[in-house]
Design a protein. Sequence first.
Length: 163
Amino acid sequence: MQRIAPTRQRVPDFVALYDRFKKLGKGPQAELRRVAALDRVADLPAYYRWLGGLQPSQYLERIAFLMPFASHNAKAESLGRQLFKRQVSEIRLFQMLRSEPPVDIEHLRRLLRYLDEPGLNWHQFGRTMYYWELGSKRDILQQYFTADTAFTISEPTEGASDE
């Protein structure tokens, strides 16, 4: 019996997609920025202009829904770390974590808006959004809680005793 190899979906170049977004006119950019819900992205002409020949998908709809709210910076800190530094309430992160799709993405979009267009590495963040799942949400949460490096474990000094 012949085995059929699974087809691998090619992952888009998210930095190129960001560049394509920036090259859209102000009108299409505003259209993507104003869309109220994730499930309405596929109804926008701006979405198809932004795709530039790529096959529409729910994965790319998530990217298009968030792209207007984050710039690209190849050396950017993780989203979780940026949220921690801006002292975003952990309650907001747990709302995203506990929400089901598409509400979780809408919570994430609110976090990006709160940060006022944070610089993100779209190569990494794009992959996170493309493969969005519970593990992706937990990664952001872990980045948030491990961002505080002020508390380090110190090694006991020589000659120190427990007495």
